[in-house]
Design a protein around this ligand. Structure first.
Ligand SMILES: N[C@@H]1[C@@H](O)[C@H](O)[C@@H](COP(=O)(O)O)O[C@@H]1O
Length: 244
């Protein structure tokens, strides 16, 4: 079942998303969250930081697993997703460091790291609520078009378009790593609940394809149509190509 919430703008989308996350944590303080990077969830993280400071949500027992990390960037690299998460969320909330997980992009064996990551998620009891953004080609996490739906955490080659889109966080496109470790489509689909966020006109077309087009590996996010509990939060611009 897919529930679609259309908000006025990015601010409202971010606030709505933060409230859903807070409600989840308030109903289960030991919630296991799946988290995403990219510009889209930044506003949601800001709202969660504020709510945490105001005592409206408590992260002290929350466990998190991020979707992905670049291969070759260690956790202190300014462009790593470790750093991104620290700066946008973890440094500002009362979460315990040992409860925070991201794939290690500089692990000696990336294959082993993928297996270990998958195992840790299972040992934590699985993900209760997974946050997702969407790439312009429909990627979720770093699962590019063509990724099999049965994929678990794996090493991925980034699509040229993804490298270009993400180059805004680096000095030049040449500095963007060509590979990443990402939860697989199956890892994502195993989450109990999923929250997909998108904002802006540039996401309108892919959102329409993902939500109402055929379910196909050509559009990785279309797999979400097969998930029993997905909430999609869009701003007016991202919703502008939907038949309504
Ligand atoms: N790996 C991340 C994805 O998890 C994210 O959803 C996507 C969209 O990013 P943005 O929200 O900046 O558009 O970018 C990256 O490639």
């Amino acid at each position: 079942m897919m529930k679609i919430i259309i908000c006025k703008n990015y601010e409202e989308m971010s606030q709505t998303a933060a409230e859903i996350v807070a409600k989840q944590i308030n109903s289960n303080p030991h919630t296991v969250l799946g988290l995403a990077t990219g510009s889209t969830p930044v506003g949601m993280y800001k709202n969660l930081v504020k709510m945490n400071k105001e005592g409206k949500v408590d992260f002290s027992n929350v466990v998190t697993f991020n979707l992905d990390e670049y291969v070759g960037l260690d956790k202190d690299h300014p462009c790593s997703y470790h750093r991104f998460m620290d700066e946008n969320l973890f440094n500002h909330i009362n979460i315990k460091r040992e409860n925070v997980h991201l794939p290690n992009g500089v692990a000696p064996s990336l294959e082993e790291e993928c297996k270990a990551y998958e195992k840790m998620i299972a040992q934590a009891g699985g993900i209760n609520l997974q946050i997702l953004g969407i790439g312009h080609n429909g990627h979720i996490g770093f699962n590019e078009p063509g990724t099999p739906f049965h994929s678990l955490t794996h090493v991925v080659e980034l699509a040229q378009r993804t490298i270009e889109a993400n180059s805004r966080f680096f000095n030049s496109p040449d500095e963007v790593p060509r590979k990443a470790i990402s939860m697989g489509i199956k890892t994502i689909m195993q989450a109990q609940k999923i929250l997909l966020l998108a904002s802006g006109k540039d996401k309108a077309e892919i959102i329409s394809k993902a939500l109402h087009g055929p379910v196909t590996t050509d559009v990785p996010a279309s797999v979400l149509q097969l998930h029993p509990n997905v909430t999609v939060i869009l701003d007016e611009d991202a919703a502008s190509a939907l038949d309504r």
